[in-house]
Design a protein. Structure first.
Length: 105
């Protein structure tokens, strides 16, 4: 269950990272509120996950999910990408899987 909580925390990280650009420097109210809510949810769930998963492992996975997810959202929205970036993201996903598979818990 802690790993599921961690994955959801990572998905909330994707949401707040995506919303950050929409805030226009925190000048737009609705995206700013969305950013703050999803940031708080992400942090709260990360905190819950770290009750059972070591902080180093949890943080690495949380950041990785956020990085890959934010990258994919950008690509879906039309951000330019290169084959090398896609391969690099594949390595990041493989690294996250390896962290999970080798975790003591």
């Amino acid at each position: 269950m802690p790993w599921l909580v961690l994955v959801v925390a990572g998905l909330f990280e994707v949401a707040w990272a995506t919303l950050l650009g929409e805030t226009a420097g925190f000048t737009r109210l609705v995206p700013t509120i969305g950013f703050l809510v999803t940031l708080a949810a992400s942090m709260a769930l990360l905190s819950v996950a770290t009750r059972s998963i070591p902080i180093g492992t949890a943080y690495a996975v949380w950041v990785g999910i956020g990085a890959v997810g934010a990258f994919l959202v950008g690509v879906a929205r039309g951000d330019a990408t290169t084959p090398a970036q896609l391969v690099s993201m594949g390595f990041l996903v493989a690294s996250l899987a390896a962290v999970k598979l080798t975790a003591a818990h």
